[in-house]
Design a protein around this ligand. Structure first.
Ligand code: SF4
Length: 746
């Protein structure tokens, strides 16, 4: 078991197995960062990555194979019925090869052993089981991949083979980024989870408990905080709590995070409190501070913030503290210390560009704003604080946090985990990043707003933005209106074009099965998506089937959307997903395969000429969308008028100039050539000497490195101080050339 150097502290914060393998889930780092501002020491651990590393090691696999052979003695033994699949037999037969390679492969995926890529790509290094059968299908995808990526993908298949082995022989609930997820998924009743928790711990549980035992002994906490972001962490969270309750009953245990925030709001089953002392909802800072004050500092327990606990043998919800939640400016910078940042593993699970970003690379996670500035979409949890309470963080503070995190973690990749990052704030953050000359790579979630102009996209790209994801949902203007998404398909096409042309990858969340959606609308939506990919303005996407959740407008007022809840009863444990019937009576599920298969092909730039009917094995109507709908939207003239208040920014450098005289028909006048070096090329413009001198001075004033930005109106006034006809100059060829090379109107 790997020993760590965790310090003793009063608080231990953990993320239980499993979330992502490539980067820590940030919730504990956020809370630790906040606790730092209060002078409360804490220690954090991501037990997910620790379990994976213990399991996927020479010792871990050796134990696993021994365990399997011990529990299935017939395999190599008496020749009686062999119970395992061919795949399991093959992996067991090749076990020495797995033991020989596992540590090197994990080190490679941790980025510590890059030269192994060459051997992996030879395809005679790794033992191969059933996952490698997909390889032929993927051969074409490898054409575009570099050696490192291809090797990462092959190594991922190798890990997935082992994972299949674990699922079949040891633990059917195992998964790389979730564990026993089925038990946590909208379990209205606690019965099943409770029963499982009262059974013997699983093989994976035992590895988890071993690690947890060490952490508890090292840290000796008084308060144990478990963050549960997803249903796939819930079971392990209860196992961890159970172990601590049974073995260290003096330690108080609290749960918080995305799962309780959305699912446990109407909790009433008191058996949950055999495992936990507290469950807090929404932002964790203040509820946790109050618990710390009482438990660690020994203050009186009297006031709580959004906290469930057991009182007089009954579940009580206490929210009587008068203090308000902390403002974003006062929650501190996430602190990733204690986490084993060098040990995360990058995998390439699917050949989907955006999912790749999720699973590949180490990303520091930050937010530009709390909540969503739009807050209207009718399928979204807009009644809950994490969406409803919108509070942006000042751009300077965001970049302070970027610099602090980059320095502490040594990583300059940032994933802004906003619900939808606001365009104006993204602009300010980009300007601040460029001003401070910080080198970062970042990506985030957005709405496809009109305000993402070509120039703004260029600015974002210059600041290090490499990808955005946003909801196109159902690509149908009627349904976008019903969703209250605030965008049209035409607008999405233009905005995605702006991002794409700037070199920023775009991923669209796509939805089908929205209440009242007709078959025709599903087909038309697929046609829109086909055209967007064919036009090259989308690079990645994912179809989700609509799910009705309790805290969305559809869940709260189903009658307005033509759906009927199957039951009004509220469960005693988790409540979020609602079963419903749609009055259209359409089985949307049957579209799932065809939508996903077509998208997979479109993402790889193929099959645009297939008839939509070819994707389905049942009859669908013809699309009503004209085949040039997206092309037409992209070719519609944009409005070139510049607002007087627009900010004008120059991303380029200073020109090298020369003056010369031009003469025509007996007249002579002085001209200036301005020669610029952009990162990739050099270019020149020519103006009159006077205009050239003005340009040199104004480019200096509007350079992105300046603290102050000037508006269009201000530069116009500056020009007209000495020269006439600003508009004529602004719309002339030299300025047009500068606009192509980084003179931005924002
Ligand atoms: S779906 Fe996205 S844009 Fe719409 S309200 Fe929710 S977070 Fe905001």
């Amino acid at each position: 078991m790997q020993k760590t150097n965790l310090l003793k502290s009063d608080l231990l914060l953990i993320t239980p197995p499993f979330t992502q393998l490539n980067t820590p889930y940030p919730a504990t780092a956020y809370i630790k960062g906040f606790l730092n501002t209060k002078g409360i020491s804490s220690t954090q651990a991501d037990l997910g990555i620790e379990v994976i590393l213990a399991l996927f090691s020479k010792k871990g696999l050796s134990d696993l194979f021994c365990h399997t052979e011990r529990t299935c003695p017939d395999f190599f033994g008496s020749g009686s019925a062999i119970l395992q699949s061919f795949n399991v037999q093959r992996i067991l037969a090749l076990k020495e090869e797995y033991l020989k390679t596992i540590d090197a492969v994990i080190a490679f995926l941790q980025g510590k052993n890059p030269t192994l890529a060459l051997q992996i790509c030879q395809e005679d290094f790794l033992p191969e089981a059933s996952r490698f059968a997909q390889l032929e299908e993927l051969d074409w995808a490898f054409g575009a991949m570099g050696t490192q990526d291809k090797a990462k993908h092959l190594a991922t298949l190798y890990l997935e083979d082992i994972s299949d082995f674990i699922v079949e022989c040891v633990d059917p609930n195992f998964g790389f980024s979730r564990y026993a997820e089925r038990l946590g998924r909208s379990a209205n009743s606690f019965d099943e989870l409770y029963d499982v928790l009262n059974q013997e711990p699983t093989y994976i549980d035992k590895i988890l408990i071993d690690i947890l035992r060490n952490r508890i002994e090292e840290v000796e906490p008084k308060l144990f905080l478990i963050s549960v972001p997803f249903p796939g962490n819930l079971y392990s969270a209860f196992r961890c709590a159970q172990f601590v309750k049974q073995n260290h009953p003096h330690i108080k245990i609290s749960m918080g995070g995305g799962f309780p925030n959305t699912e446990l709001r109407s909790l009433s089953d008191k058996r949950v409190f055999e495992f936990f002392d507290y469950i807090t909802l929404d932002d964790g800072e203040l509820p946790i501070e109050l618990l710390c004050n009482a438990i660690i500092k020994g203050g009186e327990f009297n006031l709580y913030k959004r906290t469930f606990l057991l009182e007089d043998g009954k579940v009580a919800y206490r929210n009587d503290a008068l203090k308000s939640d902390y403002k974003q400016a006062n929650v501190g910078t996430p602190d990733y210390s204690d986490l084993q940042l060098d040990n995360y593993i990058s995998v390439i699970e699917i050949v989907n560009p955006m999912h790749r970003m999720w699973s590949d690379g180490r990303w520091n996670k930050l937010t530009m704003a709390h909540g969503c500035y739009w807050g209207k979409c009718t399928f979204c949890d807009i009644s809950l604080d994490y969406i409803k309470v919108y509070e942006p963080v000042a751009a300077k503070l965001i970049v302070d946090r970027i610099e602090e995190l980059a320095e502490k973690t040594g990583q300059n990749g940032f994933h802004f985990v906003d619900e939808a990052a606001p365009p104006a704030l993204m602009r300010e953050v980009a300007l601040e990043i460029l001003r401070r000359k910080v080198s970062v790579t970042w990506w985030t979630n957005i709405r496809f707003e009109k305000s993402f102009t070509a120039d703004l996209c260029l600015l974002l790209k210059a600041s290090g933005c490499i990808a955005v994801s946003g909801g196109l949902e159902v690509a149908s203007d009627r349904l976008l209106k019903l969703i209250d998404k605030g965008v049209t398909v035409e607008q999405v096409a233009k905005v995605t074009r702006n991002f794409t042309e700037a070199g920023i990858m775009v991923h669209a969340y796509l939805m089908y099965g929205y209440p009242t959606q007709t078959v025709q609308e599903t087909v038309d939506s697929l046609e829109m998506v086909r055209q967007l990919f064919e036009a090259g303005v989308l690079q990645s996407g994912f179809w989700h089937q609509f799910a009705m959740t309790a805290h969305s407008p559809v869940g709260l007022y189903p009658e307005k959307f033509g759906v009927v809840k199957e039951t009004e009863a509220i469960g005693t444990f988790a409540n979020n997903d609602i079963n419903y019937t749609d009055k259209t009576g359409i089985d949307h599920n049957k579209f799932s395969f065809g939508l996903k298969k077509s998208l997979f092909n479109f993402m790889h730039g193929i099959c645009f000429d297939y008839k939509l009917q070819d994707w389905f094995d049942f009859k669908i109507p013809r699309t009503t969308i004209p085949s040039n709908f997206i092309d037409k939207a992209l070719n519609d003239a944009d409005n070139f008028n510049v607002k007087l208040t627009a900010k004008i920014v120059w991303l380029g450098g200073k020109p090298i100039t020369e003056t010369f005289t031009k003469s025509k028909k007996g007249n002579t006048w002085e001209m200036m050539a301005l020669n610029f070096h952009s990162k990739k090329e050099t270019f020149s413009i020519q103006t009159s000497k006077k205009e050239g001198e003005w340009l040199i001075s104004i480019l200096d004033k509007i350079s992105v490195s300046n603290e102050k930005t000037l508006t269009f109106q201000e530069i116009k006034a500056d020009f007209e101080n000495t020269i006439e006809h600003f508009e004529l100059f602004w719309y002339s060829k030299p300025i047009h050339t500068l606009r192509e090379f980084g003179l931005l109107v924002l």
